[in-house]
Design a protein around this ligand. Structure first.
Ligand SMILES: Nc1ncnc2c1ncn2[C@@H]1O[C@H](COP(=O)(O)OP(=O)(O)O)[C@@H](O)[C@H]1O
Ligand code: SF4
Ligand SMILES: [Mg+2]
Length: 340
């Protein structure tokens, strides 16, 4: 795995100007993803995961305003690139899968034709070869009888099948980076595992990097090389999956892990974290946005947060991170990680 990041996000901030005030959605976000790596971005609903992924693709809401930072992909700062350059990158070098596959597909166009459209737009595939390539793409995502399914409309397929078609669409141009935002939420556990295995297999084959966004820590534990934990628009901790579970350093990460049952168990566990996310419209947001929920808070926590470096180590943005000596009692890891 190369040490040079494929995507390097530094000091990224974004806010929304709304009628009810400014939403300070992201602040000083650092995140890096290397070629072939699967990075999980984990946090409660409303923590800013989707806002970050949309911003990276240049498809933010019109109310969004970048307040600082950079997001370099292949030498280009995507936050400063024009729409033309971003449109070139989207769908060809960076693909995205969203939560609801049905909204990602055109309901009145056959799925095979939709894949051929992507090939026509982004890949140098001759017209006569497109049908075969589309069928091959369906086969690669384990859609049975792909020749027949090529002619199916989305409504003729199950939710899991539709998500496989969306993955086929996303992977048709062999992107260097896949951003998958809650790609399996709403699917049953077996289908979830199948979809995740599929993404991982295809990533291993092509060296594709994946940013896997989820509120399900156990799922991230099973499928990611590294995990970044997001809380209220901050990345609070980031590190190799095993290290993060064995010795979480930020109190929020520790609470998330305690609230997470074994992998594969359906959970709505993040509701079990005490307290709520702060209102991101507040102008007097505390320096550490976890402060009101934190059992370790002291007066020192009102000073600027220690910056979290985006690298290969295990990093934390906290004034009182858990030290090595505290770790013996350790938070429990989901079984799949403990057994690894
Ligand atoms: N278009 C928008 N206008 C104002 N606020 C927004 C907009 N989109 C998202 N937000 C706010 O940004 C925060 C992060 O949202 P989001 O990224 O969707 O969370 P997540 O994906 O982690 O569940 C939330 O407080 C949400 O209300
Ligand atoms: S900086 Fe302070 S308040 Fe914030 S998480 Fe760390 S100990 Fe808690
Ligand atoms: Mg989201």
């Amino acid at each position: 795995m190369s040490d040079i990041p494929l995507l390097d996000v530094r000091g990224f901030g974004l806010e929304f100007r709304t009628r009810s005030g400014v939403v300070h959605a992201l602040e000083n976000v650092n995140l890096s993803i290397r070629k072939g790596e699967t990075v999980g971005l984990v946090g409660e609903s409303g923590s800013g995961k989707s806002v970050l992924s949309y911003a990276l693709l240049g498809i933010s809401d019109r109310a969004a305003r970048v307040t600082g930072g950079s997001a370099v992909f292949g030498g280009l700062d995507m936050l400063k690139a024009g729409e033309g350059a971003l449109a070139e990158i989207r769908g060809r070098e960076i693909s995205m899968i969203f939560q609801n596959p049905r909204t990602a597909l055109n309901p009145i166009r056959r799925v095979g034709a939709q894949i051929e459209d992507v090939l026509a737009r982004h890949a140098t595939v001759r017209k006569v070869d497109r049908r075969a390539r589309a069928i091959e793409a369906l086969r690669q995502v384990n859609i049975p009888d792909p020749e027949r399914r090529h002619a199916a409309y989305p409504f003729e397929l199950s939710g899991g099948m539709c998500q496989r078609v969306v993955i086929a669409l996303a992977l048709a141009c062999r992107p260097a980076l896949l951003i998958a935002d809650e790609p399996t939420t709403g699917l049953d556990v077996t289908t979830q595992a199948g979809i995740m295995d599929l993404i991982r297999e295809r990533a291993a084959e092509t060296g594709m990097a994946t940013l896997f966004i989820t509120h399900d820590l156990a799922l991230a534990a099973d499928h990611c090389d590294r995990i970044a934990v997001m809380h209220a628009g901050h990345v609070v901790e980031e590190g190799p999956t095993a290290a993060l579970f064995a010795a979480p350093r930020h109190p929020y990460t520790a609470q998330l892990i305690r609230a997470t049952p074994a992998a594969g168990v359906a959970l709505d566990a993040l509701a079990a974290i005490p307290g709520n996310l702060p209102d991101l419209r507040r102008d007097d947001l505390p320096v550490c946005r976890f402060r009101a929920r934190c059992e370790r808070a002291t007066a020192a926590c009102d000073a600027a947060l220690p910056p979290i470096s985006a690298g290969t180590g295990h990093n934390v943005a906290c004034h009182h991170p858990r030290a090595d000596a505290d770790r013996a009692s350790g938070a429990h890891a989901p079984m799949s990680v403990a057994a690894a």
